[in-house]
Design a protein. Structure first.
Length: 171
């Protein structure tokens, strides 16, 4: 009887210890995840965003021009004053892109995942390989439907001629 009681007490202690270890591991994992999230949020503010004009689809502009003060009111595609915010350096890689400078409102690029955007790239400004070649900066012509650059998710659809490529899609 004493032996059974000792075994039951020992089993309870082991379960308590196991639960405590499990709770500690969950807490450490949550702390690590929180730290990574905070770090990613802090890094997002370090990335400059530029105004890229001349490439935006109608009604998908980010903000005002000399003609209006609102977003989503551009009435024609590729208006030379209508712009969207893109990561610094992206505009110069897009055919017809005109960099109007950095956004003074302190906007920052999201650290959200990026997507491949094809059909908008200037010759020699592509990101990576296609079926025709294996290197970046090898695009032979502007707006080749197989050549791509990476942009924050949601940006490609707002650019005239932009086509989102899936990772599984062969370019």
């Amino acid at each position: 009887m004493l032996r059974d009681q000792h075994f039951a007490d020992r089993t309870r202690e082991m379960k308590t210890t196991k639960n405590s270890i499990h709770a500690a591991l969950v807490g450490l994992l949550a702390l690590a995840t929180h730290q990574n999230t905070v770090q990613a949020e802090e890094e997002a503010y370090l990335i400059q965003k530029e105004k890229c004009a001349g490439v935006v689809k109608a009604y998908l502009n980010d903000c005002g021009t000399s003609e209006h003060t609102c977003a989503d009111v551009a009435v024609i595609d590729k208006h030379p004053e209508e712009w969207i915010g893109l990561p610094e350096g992206a505009c110069q890689r897009i055919t017809g892109g005109l960099n109007l400078g950095t956004d003074q409102a302190g906007m920052s690029v999201s650290t959200a995942p990026k997507q491949k955007c094809a059909g908008i790239v200037k010759a020699g400004m592509n990101n990576c390989a296609t079926a025709q070649h294996s290197c970046a900066q090898q695009a032979k012509t502007d707006n080749d439907p197989n050549e791509w650059i990476t942009l924050p998710i949601g940006s490609c659809e707002r650019i005239v001629g932009g086509k989102v490529l899936n990772d599984k899609e062969k370019s």
